[in-house]
Design a protein around this ligand. Structure first.
Ligand code: BDR
Ligand code: CA
Length: 341
């Protein structure tokens, strides 16, 4: 049984990551915490609770920690993920309640209670994780592993020409996190899924069609570029309907930026790395973050050659296999969608 501690800013691709992990056999969510990022923390928590309920995981503890980045005001991105963070999807109001606990305390309590058992996955700005590392510097030893979606190394940014969104929202937190890993053994270092490889994960309408087929939906799921923007899915399968409405928005957003009618599903890839189900390779590097320069805020730099003279503090994913990833997504999420009807 794989057990996860998640920190998310749900978010269309965070949603896909959650649904994918929930669909895997024998996965446990020790807790899922909400970071402000794509939308504010309260909306992230609502989306997360609703999605977990949709996937048949109503009992997972969902908590909020920080409500803003460490040192700068919060920036959200309704143009990328829609006003509610979930594209065109309108999720049912969650029945369950938000945990009264603070996300950072919850992470520490869970990690201390189950040393070496929990894999952490962060698909959001690193604010909560930086706060957790301040409070419990032994967190890297307590966790079984850490996977981070963030950064852009030898690749252009998606928020500024050099910065990736999660790191750009809270560059000070990211800088603290990488500093906290300096000098740790290589097998303890976070695995970092940056835009260099997450932008290879191009989910297309064809994948949605295959997913609906795997789910046994009675009508083919045809999301087409010529259809009016915002057209809603009529699928009889509730999981497919919500995923399709969410992803259509992401297709429209990527097309607006001349990337094609497709969606870069960054967080889904990071989830598969955390679960050990998706193929990838990684290389140790020393990572630092530019936090304060107006020109380069949120820019991540990787030293693969030891030119700075510091030991590695991260393992950066350098290769992955999109075809394998989408085959895995279709069969795993298809099975869950079929069960949930
Ligand atoms: C990251 O930014 C967010 O908008 C996505 O959910 C993903 O985590 C990609 O840069
Ligand atoms: Ca995210």
């Amino acid at each position: 049984m794989a057990a996860f501690l998640l920190d998310v800013d749900t978010g269309i691709d965070d949603a896909l990551a959650l649904v994918y992990l929930a669909a895997l056999p024998d996965t446990e969510f020790a807790a899922v915490t909400a970071s402000p990022g794509n939308v504010d923390a309260d909306q992230v928590a609502r989306n997360t609770l609703a999605l977990l309920e949709l996937c048949g995981r109503p009992d997972v503890e969902v908590a909020i920690g920080a409500r803003a980045p460490l040192s700068i005001p919060l920036l959200t991105t309704p143009e990328t993920h829609g006003p509610q963070g979930i594209g065109h999807a309108v999720l049912p109001e969650p029945q369950g309640r938000l945990s009264p606990r603070n996300a950072v305390d919850l992470w520490i309590e869970k990690a201390r209670g189950r040393p070496g058992e929990l894999t952490a996955l962060i698909t959001a700005p690193l604010t909560n994780f930086a706060l957790a590392l301040r409070q419990e510097p032994d967190l890297p030893e307590l966790l079984a592993g850490v996977v981070i979606m963030g950064g852009s190394f030898y690749y252009q940014g998606n928020t500024t020409p050099t910065a990736e969104w999660n790191t750009h929202v809270d560059p000070h937190a990211a800088k603290e996190v990488y500093a906290a890993y300096r000098g740790r053994p290589v097998d303890r270092l976070p695995v970092v899924c940056s835009l260099d490889t997450t932008e290879r994960m191009e989910l297309r309408p064809e994948h949605l069609r295959l997913l609906a087929e795997a789910a046994g939906a009675s009508v083919p799921e045809l999301v087409l570029p010529e259809q009016p923007e915002g057209q809603r899915s009529t699928s009889d399968n509730i999981v497919i309907r919500h995923l399709s409405d969410a992803l259509r928005f992401y297709f429209e957003f990527h097309r607006l930026y001349d990337q094609g009618y497709l969606a870069h599903v960054h967080d889904f890839f990071a989830a598969g790395v955390a679960a050990g189900t998706l193929e990838y390779s990684a290389r140790p590097a020393t990572v630092d973050v530019e936090a304060d320069s107006p020109l380069l805020a949120g820019t991540t730099v990787a030293d693969f050659r030891g030119l700075w003279g510091f030991p590695p503090n991260a393992r950066i994913v350098t290769d992955n296999n999109p075809a394998q990833a989408f085959t895995e997504l279709v069969s795993t999420v298809g099975r869950l969608a079929r069960e949930r009807g």
